[in-house]
Design a protein around this ligand. Structure first.
Ligand code: 5GP
Length: 192
């Protein structure tokens, strides 16, 4: 997605440890127009799938899932929660995710009320690094007995193993920008 790549080059910042900061347009301040374009692109890529629900993980995935769900005709979007809360009662699907950015593990939870075997799910997220967040979300979809239509990622870090991990499971993975390297403050994208 050319618009996204240009924005990453213009406003992205490289931090120590191969972390790309995009908090002026995606992770903190959000460019709503860009988000709408991201939603349209995911709709375009997965238009052939009978998707009933968009699933993501809080917090950065929420706006992306919302923009995408609107494009699929305002279907529901669900975000997995990272903290236990009284608002999330009853039976839960849970999975453990190792955080790439924080170096810790945490449990994600989704109520059994909002995901069922009848759902066809598109999973979306902001970044794909080692694939742990996606693996946790895929585990939750499996527990629900639902069907995975695929995964839509805004920025895949192609020099880490997450993409390979997900694709090797036979899961359709579409990334709007794949970064092949971040070296000497230079971002190189993979040609698609
Ligand atoms: P994974 O689970 O694939 O290892 O990492 C994905 C999660 O880690 C994403 O949900 C994202 O929040 C975070 N993440 C991974 N790499 C980066 C990065 O370079 N920049 C930012 N901002 N977040 C990242």
């Amino acid at each position: 997605m050319e618009l996204l790549k240009q924005r990453i080059l213009c406003d992205g910042h490289i931090k120590q440890g191969n972390i790309l900061k995009v908090d002026t347009f995606l992770n903190h301040q959000m460019d709503t127009q860009l988000l709408n374009e991201i939603g349209k692109e995911f709709k375009h890529l997965f238009a052939d799938q009978p998707i009933t629900k968009i699933l993501t993980i809080e917090a950065s995935g929420i706006a992306i899932a919302f923009a995408t769900a609107q494009q699929f005709g305002n279907i529901p979007m669900v975000f997995a929660k990272k903290t236990k809360s009284k608002n999330l009662d009853g039976e839960l699907y849970t999975s453990v995710v190792e955080s790439f950015t924080r170096g810790t593990s945490f449990e994600i939870q989704v109520s059994t009320k909002v995901l069922s075997k009848d759902d066809v799910v598109l999973i979306v997220d902001d970044f794909l690094a080692r694939g742990q967040a996606l693996a946790g979300l895929l585990d939750i979809v499996k527990q629900a007995g639902a069907t995975v239509a695929g995964c839509g990622i805004v920025i895949e870090k192609g020099f880490q193993d997450g993409g390979e991990l997900i694709r090797s499971k036979g899961i359709r993975l579409e990334s709007l920008a794949i970064i092949d390297s971040i070296e000497n403050d230079t971002i190189t994208f993979r040609d698609r």
